[in-house]
Structures are given as structure tokens and as C-alpha cells.
Design a protein around this ligand. Structure first.
Ligand code: MTE
Ligand code: MO
Length: 416
């Protein structure tokens, strides 16, 4: 086995690895009883109600925040920030921590001025206000959104140190809104209407072509996330939700939907989100996000602090349906254990998994592998490269490897 880190080959450190890991933890974590300190907060009154009209996390959690990588993009207006997935639990991303991807900065839309226009191959072109949309039948659904470029910097080898950076272009929210089908049916799609063009109201005017089958199947016009109005970063007041499909199609600040008889975008026009293969050809219309997973703890930003019992935790997802199984290895793939999936396990939604394990201080090579309900198995990075080459940035759903060192620190490596 060859282990390659971010700066080259790793030597020696893994000689002692393998075997001695119990996947079922048996010990306890409690300490012997002793004196407990009386702290200030136990003796004095705290602040009263509404001293924080919109609640924020404890000051001790200030390290939990979105981050960005300066050298990735020239400006912040057309850039990406990353969700701190190593610090989160469960499957729902808190509204203030959702990664952002903007092409023209954050549009600050006045909801009273908001309009959504439906035109093109429809019986009756229509305009909706935000209130009009809110008076239509509601839909509530949990979905993940992953940018097609998530893990894109890792195509040629381990590069970024931490799952916030390698896998943080993802969030998972409960959306409330209207089924796109309901809106399109009011306008009446003409028989030759086969595609929609969804167009954003921000300075980038980002637009995408979506086949009518998908538009009528499960797309939503969402105005709420996790129970409150969308955040400006996520497209306030209305964004398109395209379950299981790559993030760039989820048009934010959506202002117009045109129905047409063919796609507006050719492969060349959408080249920024097209996978360039080794032979110079491109993959066309790679919309669906394939099954993927990552161990969020331990990981480079969440090192192991204790020997003995520990909980491994991670996220798995598939744009094709539900996660069926997640396998975890601690020894670089020689032995695998089945992770426990924490309910709810929902279709095209993040799924949380856990493995309880005992760590004796020896180096580990941790990986997770997702299998979705279609039977698709998450590939290794080398398996992916064998088919797609290394020209691409998009759709890297290869298996991630974390090298846990004797110190408990963790680094991003690849094994082959
Ligand atoms: N109008 C508009 N919609 C947009 C974008 C944009 O720049 N403008 N970026 C797209 C891309 S590439 C992604 S990955 C997702 C990111 O959604 P988020 O900012 O909620 O994470 O929004 C998509 N929708
Ligand atoms: Mo994206």
C-alpha cells in the first residue's frame, strides 16, 4: 500500500497499523468523582429574556463558522464558502452555516418588489408575487444541495486539509414552498414544452436548462429553509430546489421560468460545469449527484483527543435516492465494518452514520463507502480517475482517506 499525503509519500508511520482495532467499544468515558468547581454562572443571575432577540450560538462555539480558501477565486463576489461539517451533528445544516456559492455576490431583494415570471411555451404567461406563491398549496421536504465542484480540488491528489474544505460545499435543509408543477400548471404547458429555463435575479443572472420531466416531478420553489424565510445568501425570497441534482441548477433569487422545446445551453456554453475527460471529450448533462460519503470526525479539523472509546461520525448521501448502507474501514480497506445509520434516512437527503470504536493510539487509515438504494457503490478515487481522467473539477465522489497519526492528529492522504 502506498500512502500519499499533501506533500508527498509518507514513510514508516504505518508499519504498526492494522488488526488491533475493536469496532465495538466496550469501555466507559466517565471519570472518578472528585471536587467540582463552583462557577460564576451558578451564583449570579443571567441576562433576561429577549436580551438576544435573534439568538446566536454560545461565544465558546465561535470557531464553528463558514470558511473560504483565498487562492481559489479572484474575488469574493464570485466565490464559494464552505460548511463546517466537522463541527455539526445530525443531518440539518443550521441556516447561518450553509456554504454559499455566488457568481455575482449576494442579491438583497425587497420581497415587496419580488416577481416571478412564467413565459415561453405556455397557454397563459403569468407573474407571481411572493404572497401569490404563499397562497398556493405547500410542500415541506428535506434535501441536500451539493455543488458539483465539491471535492473538485482533490482530483489530482490530496490537497486541502479538512473536510470543511474537501467536502463542505454541501448543505441539507428542510425547504418549504410550492411544487414547481403547481405553478407551471397554472400557466399551462404547451405540448411542445420540453425544457424550462430557470433564471436568477442577481447580478450574474445565472440560468440553467432543466428537462420538463424533472421540473414536473419534484422541483420546488422554496421560500423557507428550516422553518424561517430563506437567508439572502441562499436566494431570499425564492429559490429553485432541484432534488438530487447538482447545486448550480438550484437557481437563487429566481425571477423567471421560460418553457421551451429544447435546452438553452449547449455543452460548450455550460463548459464551466462540464466534466472534461482525458481524451478531450466532455460528459454532457451530468446532473445527478452520485452516492458519496465522508467521515467528519475524526478528520483533520476534528482530531482524536482520547485513547479508548471514541465515536466515529460521518455523512452519506445520494442524488438517486436513499442511502442503503455505509461501510467504514480503519485500516485502509483491509477490513470493513457496517456503520449505524441514524434515522431519519430520507431520499436525496444527508444521512448521518456512526461507528463506536476503541483507539489504542496506533495510526489509522479511515475511509467510508456509501451504497445507495440503487445498489451503486461509491468508487475509490483511482477507480474514478481510471474512467474520467484528471482534467475535471466536477463530480468527484471518490472515497476519502484520513490518516490518524499516533498524536491523534489527522491528515488528508490517498492510498493506492
Ligand atoms: N441566481 C443564482 N443562483 C445560483 C448561483 C448563483 O450564483 N446565482 N450559484 C449556484 C451554484 S453553482 C450553487 S452550488 C448553488 C449554491 O447554493 P447555496 O449558495 O445555497 O449554497 O446555488 C446555485 N444557484
Ligand atoms: Mo456550484
Amino acid at each position: 500500500m502506498t500512502i500519499t499525503g499533501r506533500r508527498g509519500f509518507l514513510k514508516g508511520s504505518l508499519a504498526a497499523m492494522g488488526g488491533g482495532l475493536a469496532a465495538a467499544a466496550t469501555g466507559g468515558t466517565a471519570r472518578a468523582a472528585g471536587d467540582i468547581k463552583v462557577n460564576e454562572w451558578m451564583k449570579t443571575l443571567g441576562e433576561g429574556v429577549v436580551s438576544r432577540p435573534y439568538g446566536l450560538p454560545s461565544e465558546y462555539e465561535s470557531h464553528v463558522r463558514r470558511r473560504w480558501v483565498e487562492w481559489l477565486t479572484a474575488t469574493r463576489e464570485s466565490s464559494v464558502s464552505f460548511t463546517p461539517i466537522q463541527d455539526l451533528d445530525g443531518i440539518v445544516t443550521p441556516n447561518g452555516l450553509c456554504f454559499e456559492r455566488h457568481h455575482g455576490g449576494i442579491a438583497e431583494v425587497d420581497p415587496s418588489e419580488y416577481r416571478l415570471m412564467i413565459n415561453g411555451l405556455v397557454e397563459k404567461p403569468l407573474i407571481f408575487t411572493l404572497d401569490d406563491l404563499k397562497r398556493m398549496p405547500r410542500v415541506n421536504r428535506f434535501y441536500f444541495l451539493e455543488c458539483a465542484a465539491n471535492s473538485g480540488m482533490e482530483w489530482r491528489g490530496a490537497q486541502l486539509n479538512g473536510c470543511q474544505y474537501t467536502h463542505g460545499m454541501i448543505h441539507c435543509l428542510q425547504y418549504t414552498g410550492v411544487a414547481l408543477k403547481t405553478v407551471l400548471e397554472q400557466a399551462g404547458i404547451r405540448p411542445n414544452g420540453k425544457w424550462i429555463l430557470a433564471e436568477g435575479g442577481d447580478a450574474s443572472g445565472l440560468d440553467r436548462s432543466i428537462p420538463i420531466e424533472k421540473a414536473l416531478d419534484d422541483c420546488m420553489l422554496a421560500f423557507a429553509m428550516n422553518g424561517e424565510a430563506l437567508r439572502p445568501e441562499q436566494g431570499y425570497p425564492v429559490r429553485l430546489v432541484v432534488p438530487g441534482w447538482e447545486g448550480n441548477m438550484w437557481i437563487k433569487w429566481i425571477r423567471r421560468i421560460e418553457v421551451g422545446d429544447e435546452p438553452w445551453h449547449t455543452r460548450e456554453e455550460t463548459s464551466k460545469y462540464t466534466d472534461l475527460m482525458e481524451d478531450g471529450r466532455s460528459r454532457r448533462f451530468t446532473w445527478i449527484m452520485d452516492a458519496k460519503s465522508v467521515v467528519t470526525s475524526p478528520s483533520p479539523q476534528a482530531p482524536l483527543k482520547y485513547k479508548g472509546v471514541n465515536v466515529l461520525s460521518g455523512l452519506a448521501w445520494s442524488g438517486r435516492g436513499k442511502v442503503k448502507r455505509v461501510d467504514v474501514t480503519f485500516d485502509g480497506g483491509r477490513n470493513w465494518v457496517e456503520a449505524e445509520l441514524a434515522p431519519p434516512v430520507l431520499s436525496r437527503c444527508l444521512t448521518r452514520f456512526h461507528v463506536n470504536f476503541e483507539w489504542d493510539g496506533r495510526p489509522l487509515l479511515i475511509q467510508s463507502r456509501c451504497i445507495d438504494e440503487t445498489g451503486y457503490i461509491q468508487p475509490t478515487k483511482d477507480e474514478l480517475r481510471a474512467v474520467r481522467g484528471t482534467n475535471s473539477i466536477y463530480h468527484n465522489n471518490g472515497i476519502q482517506t484520513w490518516h490518524v497519526m499516533a498524536s491523534g492528529e489527522v491528515e488528508n492522504v490517498e492510498i493506492s
